[in-house]
Ligand binder design. Structure first.
Ligand code: MLT
Length: 311
């Protein structure tokens, strides 16, 4: 329980946190700044805190986002410092970007855009080149295709609902959720009891598990070898959930048609079959505001009542 005899809690923001959230912190209780040596509370989005000196003054860390892998959670918890996060607050934004990623891949939009960008000549010539070249970008439609969702948390479930409505078949796998609770929301999601089973049966595979010791390199050579030819693999979770060498192997042997991911990678950069985004999953006004409000409310609840939720 924080020491409530103090007058004011100093809040250090390591990344931009939406104003609507910061405004919830009453100024008579919180002083917010971007440069403090002895903060009580640290608010962070994606800043990597692992190699950073975290002063003894810190009593709580709040992450405006779902994943906490940029924070030394065990080290902080051992010091009695809770780490708060905002599961679900940005889930819709991530789901929408995954849908965009699926369509970018299924309709070959990135190579098609590059093709048009590189055309030269007058309008007539452009039209002729388009007519001659567009066949190579012929894609596939989603209804009837199978999407395998690995991780049935808030994002995975929203994605399942949306893609079922688009007429896809949805397979779900989540080692942590009991069969009953995972499928209580959507009876139409079919169960995969083993990840290998999901991988074998899916045209699209989307990863929605947090990064931890049990999920690091979850998608390895063996799992890529189980995939169908021309699988579209989407990773809007964390880069290290896949073994990038396995992805390269899958691209080379035609197992992976596209790897769509939300992080930069030196190894995968410039691969035509890799679509890379700059960690945009949660970057919408709505998601940023939801996360900021949710984290602010938890910090207030903690310093006022000692409550710890979502850690
Ligand atoms: C998350 O873990 O929810 C995202 O990484 C949030 C973000 O992009 O800041």
């Amino acid at each position: 329980m924080p020491d409530m005899t103090r007058q004011i809690f100093k809040v250090l923001t390591l990344n931009a946190i939406a104003a609507v959230g910061l405004k919830r912190l009453p100024p008579e209780l919180f002083q917010i700044g971007q440069d403090m040596t002895d903060p009580d509370v640290v608010l962070v989005r994606s800043h990597n805190m692992h190699d950073m000196h975290i002063p003894e003054s810190v009593i709580a860390i709040g992450r405006a986002g779902a994943g906490t892998n940029n924070i030394p959670v065990n080290r902080m918890n051992a010091r009695g410092v809770p780490v708060f996060n905002t599961p679900g607050a940005n889930a819709n934004a991530v789901k929408e970007l995954v849908l965009a990623g699926m369509l970018m891949a299924s309709r070959n939009l990135i190579p098609a855009l590059r093709f048009v960008d590189n055309l030269e000549g007058d309008d007539q010539t452009l039209h002729e080149q388009v007519e001659a070249g567009k066949k190579q970008f012929s894609g596939m439609e989603l209804p009837g295709r199978t999407l395998g969702i690995v991780g049935l948390g808030k994002i995975g479930r929203l994605l399942a609902d949306a893609t079922l409505k688009l007429g896809m078949k949805v397979l779900g796998y989540d080692p942590k959720i009991t069969v009953e609770s995972a499928w209580s929301l959507s009876a139409e999601v079919q169960k995969a009891h083993q990840i290998e089973d999901l991988v074998r049966r899916s045209h699209f595979i989307s990863l929605h598990v947090p990064l931890n010791d049990s999920t690091r390199h979850l998608i390895d050579h063996d799992l890529v070898a189980c995939m169908q030819k021309n699988t579209i693999l989407l990773n809007f979770s964390r880069d290290a959930i896949v073994d990038e060498d396995a992805i390269l192997m899958g691209i080379e042997n035609g197992t992976i048609k596209y790897y769509v991911c939300d992080f930069p990678s030196r190894k995968l950069q410039h691969q035509p079959a890799v679509i890379t985004l700059p960690h945009l999953g949660a970057s919408t006004q709505e998601a940023e505001e939801n996360c900021a409000m949710m984290i602010a409310d938890q910090i207030i609840d903690y310093v006022q009542n000692g409550n710890i939720l979502h850690t």
